[in-house]
Design a protein around this ligand. Structure first.
Ligand code: F6P
Length: 357
């Protein structure tokens, strides 16, 4: 029996979103099902004229699956329950959105998102009695119940490459280099790329630190005869006194930011070393996906279509123990999956002499 699926990307973008959509569209097309792509997250359906289009395998020709970003666009600030209108008013538009999905006549809705989006979407789909499947994507890799989310591997590769690029310039100038990476409340990017990129110090929100401990590690590095040090820090790391550092954007929206500069200043004072700070920011999100992210995107996209075939919904597809599984979406968003400080990566780092401050 033919089916109609709606798909959209939601929340912050990352590498691999087009590859996920390609997998869903190609696998659906082979079953002679239709896929409608909604523009700008679910917000496309709240425009005066609903903004969506039919997606076919031709839309994902030889080039598109290799591209970063999302051909459908996305947003992380269009919560239908608290929708900010152009005049500044905030409205609950959830009923309108549910009605718009019904008008599309779709059997299933597939959303590619992270914990923030899935929390909102799960509430929406339950309210509307709509059949929803989530595909996990986030560079932060903080969704529960999946070992990896699409986009993480690419972000880690970029952060690792940043350390590779900082190392020679650090060595040329006898400098301490601080690299601030994203990750929100989880230190996965900093920890993974820090090990892979040979950081001397890795600071993550899960492990408290002191400036003195970092300074003594830098001193130890100097005494070993090396003239530079690499310090990796995750954006959500607070000051040693517990102060959260943030930047405020237009409309009063806040994001983590500032810990790199803070540490740069403190470490220069504490060590007397020339110190420079690099904030990697959105560079971590905008790239052609790595082969790992393309494989993950393909496997998860196909699994989502399999779930439609099986008639399952309110599930998130996931990658666990080298295979695809599906889990209740509620479980996936129950809590933020932070770094396991007893886990293998922290143990590996410590055994390599990397300091957590
Ligand atoms: O959740 C993904 C992420 O890139 C975080 O790592 C980061 O804190 C945040 O999004 C940045 O958000 P925005 O794109 O709105 O600046």
């Amino acid at each position: 029996m033919t089916k109609k699926i709606a798909i959209f990307t939601s929340g912050g973008d990352c590498a691999g979103l087009n590859a996920v959509m390609r997998a869903v569209v190609v696998a659906s097309h082979r079953l002679e099902w239709q896929v409608l792509g909604i523009e700008n997250g679910t917000a496309g359906l709240l425009e005066e004229k609903p903004n969506y289009r039919l997606l076919t395998p031709d839309d994902f020709d030889a080039t598109v699956m290799r591209l970063g970003g999302t051909i459908l666009g996305t947003t992380n600030s269009r919560n239908p329950f608290e929708y900010k209108m152009p005049d500044g008013k905030v409205l609950d538009r959830s009923d309108e959105l549910i009605a718009a999905f019904r008008d599309l006549g779709v059997d299933y809705i597939i959303g590619i998102g992270g914990d923030g989006s899935f929390g909102i979407l799960n509430r929406l789909m339950k309210k509307g009695g709509l059949k929803f499947i989530g595909i996990p994507k986030t560079i932060d890799n903080d969704l529960n119940m999946t070992d990896y989310s699409v986009g993480f591997d690419t972000a880690v590769s970029i952060a690792t490459e940043a350390l590779d690029r900082l190392q020679p310039t650090a060595a040329s100038h006898d400098r301490v280099m601080v690299l601030e990476v994203m990750g929100r409340d989880a230190g996965h990017i900093a920890l993974t790329a820090g090990i892979a990129g040979g950081a001397d110090v890795i600071l993550i929100p899960e492990i408290p630190y002191t400036i003195e401990n970092i300074a003594s590690k830098i001193q130890e590095v100097k005494e070993s005869g090396r003239n530079f040090a690499l310090v990796m820090v995750s954006e959500a790391v607070k000051t040693p006194e517990g102060k959260k550092l943030e930047v405020v954007y237009q409309g009063g929206e806040t994001r983590y930011g500032g810990i790199g500069d803070y540490l740069g200043m403190k470490l220069a004072q504490a060590t007397g070393s020339e110190t420079r700070v690099t904030v990697l920011g959105h560079v971590q999100r905008g790239a052609s996906p790595t082969y790992n992210d393309r494989l993950l995107a393909s496997a998860l996209g196909v699994k989502a279509v399999d779930l439609v075939k099986e008639g399952k919904f309110a599930r998130m597809v996931a990658w666990h123990n080298a295979t695809v599984i599906d889990v209740p979406i509620e479980e996936a968003i129950k809590e933020c999956r932070t770094v396991d400080i007893e886990g293998v990566l922290v143990h590996t780092a410590r055994s390599l002499g990397i300091s957590f401050g």
